[in-house]
Design a protein around this ligand. Structure first.
Ligand code: GLC
Length: 629
């Protein structure tokens, strides 16, 4: 018998034995590891195998600064997060981010049951923690676009840029309905109108993928998508005087119709997680509100994903914060919280939960419900099959296509509030072939200022904090080659006079802020030197004022000086989008997503209120009347 035949027979034998062994391996592996099994079968099989320590570990989310593969392995930690601005190293690259998330995942893979972690970040207007990521307009501007399809596309782009850094989960979208612009987080809200906020939940389709009709439960389409988080449940935008983490005083009907309105849409879209609000409803902390978190959210609304606490949200159940942490842990978990964003003192948290389970203060049934929800999300996200980052996605961070999408979003978010009128002639569209143009205001030439909070750092910051094009840079790109642009951040009085400027572009606005640091309970004035700068510049030359802000500010006293006034909100990294509209490459299409008040003593004042006397009403927005279509 030839050696060829012998070789072939040996090869065949090897193949047959390999197939047998492979089948044996499949037959031996636990059912929860079998992707062919239905998700609920996998959930129940895995849950039945877990120890109490493993279950509590899944309910524990810790900050990356205290995490390591060994900590994850030892405490069976199920989730890690980056707090605002928390990165593996200064201006970390996608590869460095992936190296970090993969190292944490490796730690999880060393545990007995190999349950993968999820890694969360606040990618609330792009993957904004990461240097070089595309920074999209904040939600207040997106609400002015009234373009759900655009917002869905932004979600898709954001998902790719988040996955480009090996991250699987974003704490977005914020579907707060901000009813008072004194709230420091009003720019995170799409609108004062719950119907506009509802329409913007299409971002979940972009972030997670569009779930099939009739789908029930958390959804994730592929490893090019990320788990989303509708937040903050519920009433975060309705607190008294807009106080962050304050008290929402209203009856249940108003809470449901105004502040809960968008949650059924988010749930129907398969949102994987919902974050609890720090705020209180009629003086009861949301983090301890079993009626709303369990009876309403999980019961009536049928939410089958993960309810996650906010950062130290459990600690803040008691006043002063942390005063009775042991009792707060019991209250929060029994109220229906499934994952606790601890985020630092995880050993203490884990031991307290174990103690409460031992005494029956936290029923094991509550633990099993929480862990079942966590596992359901992780199985649906196919993290057991694909636990590690896909290195091929790293090139999506800051891609040219995403930059173009962001410019489109900037253009559509701009709202034209004045263009001529009274003694002032119409000025927009600006003449891009003007011989001499003056640009003033620090906000014209500052990426950090035009991005606002939640950009690179938690609070945001001034200067070249990340890549992008300033508004001034955009102006220079759009105008004619023979036009001269003179830029003065804060010129002396009378500077604009007699220098032959055809017009001035005055870019004013707020300093960056996030959360409680943005609360402005007393006044919403434009910060100095802008009121004086507007008066002086616009008294000496025709001017358009562009406002970079997270909310409407007091502007009525200065409107008469302006030929034109544009609300640009917090446009993000693509400042060219502002110039493209100012110079008439595109028409204005934005409409106010929130009422522009006259004076702070009118607040709160929202569309539909009996007393409604705004400077510019909700839905207002002019066009320049461009000749071409
Ligand atoms: C913050 C915010 C929340 C954010 C979380 C994690 O305090 O309230 O919106 O997702 O902590 O950064």
């Amino acid at each position: 018998m030839g050696s060829m035949l012998q070789w072939r027979l040996c090869s065949l034998a090897v193949v047959l034995v390999s197939c047998f062994l492979a089948q044996e391996a499949v037959a031996q592996r636990p059912r929860y590891m079998d992707p062919r099994q239905p998700v609920e079968v996998r959930v129940n099989d895995l849950l039945s195998r877990m120890t109490l320590d493993e279950k509590i570990g899944q309910m524990t989310q810790i900050e990356r600064g205290v995490a390591s593969p060994s900590v994850i392995e030892k405490y069976k930690i199920g989730s890690i997060l980056s707090g605002g601005g928390s990165e593996p190293s200064y201006r970390a690259t996608p590869s460095q981010w992936m190296s970090m998330t993969n190292s944490f995942q490796w730690g999880a893979m060393q545990t007995r049951l190999k349950i993968p972690i999820i890694y969360g970040t606040d990618a609330v207007h792009g993957n904004n923690n990461v240097y070089g990521a595309t920074i999209f307009p904040h939600n207040i501007g997106l609400g002015c676009t009234r373009d759900p399809n655009l917002v869905r596309r932004i979600g898709s782009a954001t998902a790719l840029e988040v996955r480009a850094t090996g991250i699987t989960y974003t704490f977005a979208p914020c579907i707060a309905v901000c009813r008072d612009p004194r709230w420091g987080r009003c720019y995170e809200s799409y609108s004062e109108d719950p119907e506009v906020v509802r329409s913007m939940t299409t971002i979940i389709d972009g972030l997670q993928g569009q779930c099939p009709a009739g789908w029930r439960g958390p959804y994730l389409e592929s490893n090019r998508k990320v788990l989303a988080c509708a937040k903050h449940f519920v009433g975060d935008g309705g607190t008294w005087q807009g106080k962050d983490m304050g008290n929402a005083i209203m009856n249940y009907d108003t809470l449901v119709k105004t502040h809960m309105r968008a949650y059924p849409d988010a749930i129907a879209k398969g949102v994987s997680t919902i974050m609890v609000s720090y705020s209180s409803w009629n003086k009861q902390k949301m983090h301890a509100n079993k009626f709303l978190l369990t009876d309403v959210l999980k019961g009536r609304l049928g939410f089958r994903g993960i309810v996650i606490s906010d950062w130290q949200g459990i600690d803040r159940i008691s006043d002063p914060w942390g005063a009775n942490y042991i009792n707060s842990v019991r209250q929060g978990i029994n109220a229906g919280i499934d994952i606790v964003m601890v985020p630092f003192d995880y050993v203490k948290f884990i031991n307290i939960v174990k103690g409460h389970v031992a005494t029956g203060a936290i029923p094991i049934g509550r633990i099993n419900d929480a862990v079942s929800r966590i596992l359901r999300v992780k199985f649906q996200a196919r993290l057991f099959e694909y636990p590690y980052a896909d290195n091929s996605l790293r090139t999506y961070l800051g891609s040219l296509q995403h930059g173009a999408l962001a410019r489109e979003a900037v253009r559509k978010s701009l709202v034209l509030l004045k263009n001529g009128g009274g003694a002032k002639k119409k000025l927009l569209p600006l003449n891009k072939y003007a011989s001499k143009i003056l640009v003033v205001g620090a906000h014209a030439n500052d990426i950090g200022l035009q991005c606002g909070g939640w950009t690179i750092s938690w609070q945001g910051g001034r200067g070249a904090t990340t890549k992008g094009t300033t508004i001034l840079g955009g102006i220079r790109q759009v105008i004619g080659r023979n036009s001269e642009v003179v830029y003065q951040p804060n010129p002396s009085a009378g500077y604009a006079k007699g220098k032959g400027f055809e017009y001035a572009i005055v870019v004013v606005g707020e300093q960056p802020y996030a959360e409680v640091n943005g609360d402005n309970l007393n006044n919403l004035n434009m910060p100095a030197p802008y009121p004086a700068l507007i008066k002086d510049t616009c008294s000496n030359v025709a001017c358009v004022v562009v406002m970079i802000s997270g909310r409407p500010l007091v502007v009525e006293p200065y409107l008469g000086y302006m030929n034109a006034f544009v609300a640009a909100w917090l446009p993000g990294s693509e400042g060219r989008g502002v110039a493209e509209v100012l110079f008439g490459n595109y028409e204005f299409s934005g409409r106010l997503s929130r009422t522009w008040f006259r004076r702070v003593d009118q607040l709160p004042m929202n569309v539909g209120d009996r007393y409604y006397n705004p400077l510019f009403p909700f839905g207002y927005g002019m066009k320049m009347g461009l000749k071409r279509a």
